[in-house]
Structure formats: C-alpha cells, structure tokens
Design a protein around this ligand. Sequence first.
Ligand SMILES: *Cc1c(COP(=O)(O)O)cnc(C)c1O
Length: 438
Amino acid sequence: MRLYSTKDPNELITLREAVLQGMPLDNGLYMPLEFPRLPLQFFLDLSGMTLPEISFEIGKSLLGDDVPETEIRRMVESAINFDAPLVKIAEKTYVLELFHGPTLAFKDFGARFMSHLMAYFIKDSDRKLNILVATSGDTGSAVANGFFRIPGINVVVLYPSGKVSRIQEKQIATLGENIIAIEVTGTFDDCQQLVKQALIDNDVNHKRMLTSANSINISRLIPQTFYYFYGYAQLPNPEKKKVVFSVPSGNLGNLTAGLMAKRMGLPIYKFIAATNVNDVVPCYLERGVFKSKTSVQTISNAMDVGNPSNFARIQNLYDYSWPRLCGDLMGASFNDQQTREAIREVYEKHKYILDPHGAVGYLGLKFLFEELGDVDQGIFLETAHPAKFPEVVEAEINTSIPIPESLRKSLNKKVSSIKMENQFSVLKEFLLSDSRFN
Ligand SMILES: *Cc1c(COP(=O)(O)O)cnc(C)c1O
C-alpha cells in the first residue's frame, strides 16, 4: 500500500512509514493511494465466512505488498480473537456488537491490530518504540491493553486526574510492565497538548523513537473495515438489500472505516453519522460548510468531539465534494434526554440493553428509516458494553447490569500511576532520563 498526505497528494510513502510516523509533518492525514476492489468470489462466499477469515482476506488485499501472508494471518489470529455478533433486536433492526474485546469497546479492534503491525515493522530495530497517548478514557484502555507485553514497545498513557471513570482508570493503570500510566493534574486537552509537544520536541525525538496511537494512525482504521463486511455477511440473505449502517460518531474513525469498506466494494446503500449534541458533522452535511465548535460534555462522552480529526479523510475520499458525500452519508444529532429515552425504550420493548453511544446509533437508524421511505432495515453499531456506563444505564432500566468477567478482573487490581504536573518540562525530563525508553 502506498499512501499520501491529504495536504500533499504528490509525495508517496510506504505503509511502514505511515504506521510508525502516525501523522505527516504537514499536519494532514495519510490516505491510501488506492483501495483494492475485492474479487466477486469473495462477495459470493461472504455469508459463510467467519470474522477472522474475512479479516484475513481484506488484510491480504490491503497489506499484501507490505507484510507477508503468514504474518497477516498471525496478526489477524492474535488481534481479532473475539467475535462481533449481529443481533436482531426488532423487525429489520440489527445491532452489530463491537464490545466483545478485552476492554469492552470497539477501539480494541484498532488498538490490537495496530500493536501487531507496529511490532512487525520494528522487529529488526534495536531501539524501543514509545507510544504516547492522551486519553479521556476509552482510547487509553484499548491501547494499553492492545500493547501489553508486545515486545520492543512501551506505551505511555496520559490521562486527566479525576476525569476518567473508576473503571477506565483500572483498565489503564493496573497493567504495569511496558504500560506506563501518567495521571496529569489537568484536563484531557492538557494531556493532548503534552503529547503533541513531546512528538515535535527535537531533544526527545533525537534520543527516543516516539509515535502516537490516536485514530489519526491509518493502522487503526484498517481493522475497523473488517467488521463492516462481517456485519453485512451475517444479515439473512433476503435482507441483504439496501443495507444501511448507523455509526455513533466522534472523531469519525469508525465512520471513515465504513466508507472505506464501501469503496472496496461492500454494497452499502447509506451511512448515517449519528452524533450527540456535538453536531459539527450533521451541520456540515446540512449546509456544506464545515465549522468546528468547542466540545460540550454529554453522557456519550467518547463522542464529545468538536473538531473531528478524521473529517479530512472523509472529505478526501469524496474529492472534497459536498454533494457527492451527501449521496452516501446522512447525519443527525441527539441530546442526552433522547439518548436516555432510547435506552429505556429499547429495554422495555426489546429487552436489549444499550450503552449511551449505541443508543445514539439506534436513534440514528430510526431517523434514517423515517427520512428514507424506501429503507426499513439496517444495522447500528454498538461501540461499548453497557457495563462501562452503569450510572447512566441502570437509572433508565431499573436493574443492575452484570459485569463481564474481563472487567471484573481489572476491578480487583491496584491502580499504579505516576502523578505529574501539567508541565512539559517534567514530561520531557521523564522521557529523556528513564532508560526503559531507550
Ligand atoms: C471512541 C468511541 C466512539 C467514537 O468513535 P470515532 O471513531 O471517534 O467516531 C463511539 N463510541 C465509543 C464507545 C467510543 O469509545
């Protein structure tokens, strides 16, 4: 795969460079130069294939020039080692459950696959690769978990003190070994600022090999294309007509992966970007003018994004044409009250427990049914397990949510993190002096 920066289509780089660098220096985002069209036979066989089988075929067509087939198979087997079942909750309404990974959120797909790809690309290097990641919760836990005990790689997770949930802190700061958790006296934005400063600091970069693990990294999007194919594959054959996907969206990594799947030939009729009140994308789709906003806090907090980083990729995929994008994508936003009501309604009517993010996806699908009179079946993505948000969900359904085994294990462990002032000089000194980062 060859890639270019959205800011400079002329200079091509390899997948290895894009994965290890994360983001081009010109502030654009890396995009694949071309998308493989999967062969007709693949689509004929799709309905009977498992998630690892599908992942291997797509992985091969995307990464085949850069990674040997045996390695791709090994990566798929160790990274995509949990299911993503499609569950029917009502007539022609399906939920694709993406929360069966170790940290109970869909970010496990991207983080786990990225860790194996990075490990492969640095296997002959004599230096450690150090991944810095700022988190408001879910990204940090998925990345920490995905890279735990991956040889040659350290992860430094910066999270804002007192601003991640107890469960999330357990998932980030109880692993130890190559996972270093830093509790920053400040906000998420402060953490992000510290990471950015480190990534461009000359002294640190001279001495250490650094990269980031946010969804700006193309290697997180690649595995996310797999489950769109798998979700489609699981639909009963008579319902594989005018298939629509509702994607609860924040930084738009998930949605970008869906649009990439379509570009590779998956016959999806429409997507909807379902957001909470942080509605810059629905506003753009309505007016054709993009305006970022300051984000506001909601109960679907992983989608509290005012300037979504993957928007540039989506525009690039559609040649910066608003009408063309509107042909494939709709948008809608929902407030916390509507989200809570959706959780209650789906539980009362269908006995299915949604988390706040999936609830926004469910509302998006219903909106799409209403807007498009000719579509009455579809899939919405459930991006996190409801047990990650017990306060919000239990209040609506009046019953307690059983805690999955993987979560229970981390709840019993002791948090061990380094407390740090929000000061770049302190982080810099730490990165330069600790020999683990050599
Ligand atoms: C990160 C996240 C989202 C948003 O996904 P994007 O790819 O950033 O749009 C939605 N739901 C959950 C649970 C998340 O953790």
